[in-house]
Design a protein around this ligand. Structure first.
Ligand SMILES: C[S@@+](CC[C@H](N)C(=O)[O-])C[C@H]1O[C@@H](n2cnc3c(N)ncnc32)[C@H](O)[C@@H]1O
Length: 303
């Protein structure tokens, strides 16, 4: 009798907890789906404005001669000819087109959440005769492991696109699934600054919130990103600030022009403006060896 009652109580409790978990999960999925839809709408509406100011490379941190920055990027993601690359958040395939020309035996799969961008990307790829190397498609990069073949890329890269994600754990776990063992993820993005002074930090947090709102961003925390990567088992090869010569640096003036022209994220007063972010590059590898058995050899197995 007592056993039957215990089983009943256990079953009811279990069903209730299951119900609760499914409800929370659904709400989370709806939330993240809404975020992705906001980003899609944002770029469908603003891509022409970005192109008018930024040209084909939609990145704030860059050099005056933007090709110099792309050259630097290629070197730092350690991509060599013959590799299979995945551009997650490709814009209108400006960077992918440059990389494809430099690596003629490589192929690049590129995705953007915006249909408007992919239409332009496909046209550009066709005009440049790069159709045999670049394949661009509309897709949410949180679903890389559903839309692309597993364990097949040497590099997955995010060029100022990573910060749009509001579920960075899901994102980096999906990247893991599509990387070959020994493949690497490269992220170049802005991360929230941190300082000792509480007031300054308050302004930093506030400005980051404004940027997130204006650009549909979720400016990353560097530590959260590193923690996700390490917990998953990635080997972090480096994390560093982008290094460009001062005379080559574009000084973020393109972003200021953009804000002023289109009133998106416009800074009303530069007086007491606190710089809110730092740019970082991160390169991390999915190890070739078994994480559990040979972890102590991680430094020897690096590609
Ligand atoms: C600042 S732009 C950078 C574009 C490109 N990497 C470049 O350098 O020109 C950000 C890009 O991230 C893409 N993006 C943001 N969220 C995305 C998502 N969930 N799935 C796929 N792409 C996404 C946007 O569509 C856009 O192409």
């Amino acid at each position: 009798m007592l056993t039957n009652l215990s089983i009943l109580i256990f079953s009811v409790l279990f069903s209730y907890l299951l119900f609760l978990w499914i409800t929370i999960k659904k709400r989370e999925d709806r939330h993240s789906d809404r975020n992705v839809k906001d980003v899609k709408l944002f770029y469908n509406q603003t891509t022409d404005k970005f192109l008018a100011v930024y040209g084909e490379i939609i990145q704030a941190f860059r050099t005056n001669d933007v090709e110099k920055y792309l050259h630097y990027t290629l070197k730092n993601m350690r991509a060599v000819d013959g590799m299979k690359l995945l551009d997650a958040g490709c814009g209108i395939a400006g960077p992918a087109s440059y990389f494809a020309k430099k690596l003629p035996n490589s192929s690049i799969d590129a995705c953007s959440v915006s249909e408007v961008q992919i239409e332009k990307a496909m046209k550009q790829v066709k005009d440049l005769n790069l159709e045999n190397q670049i394949s661009a498609r509309v897709g949410d990069y949180h679903l890389l492991n559903e839309i692309y073949p597993l364990e097949s890329y040497d590099r997955v890269y995010f060029l100022e696109s990573y910060g749009h994600s509001n579920d960075k754990r899901k994102l980096l776990h999906g990247v893991w699934d599509v990387l070959k063992p020994g493949g690497m993820v490269y992220i170049k993005d802005l991360f929230q600054r941190e300082v000792e002074n509480d007031w300054e930090q308050y302004y930093i947090d506030k400005i980051c919130e404004d940027i997130n709102e204006a650009y549909k961003y979720h400016i990353g925390s560097l530590y959260e990103t590193l923690s996700i990567l390490r917990k998953k088992g990635y080997i972090i090869h480096y994390i560093k600030i982008p290094e460009v010569a001062e005379e080559d640096f574009e000084h973020l003036s393109i972003s200021n022009d953009f804000q002023n022209l289109f009133n998106i994220g416009k800074i009303d007063s530069w007086e007491d403006y606190v710089f809110p972010i730092d740019f970082f590059e991160i390169l991390a590898e999915k190890p070739k060896f078994s994480n559990e058995i040979e972890r102590h050899l991680y430094f020897m197995n690096k590609s």
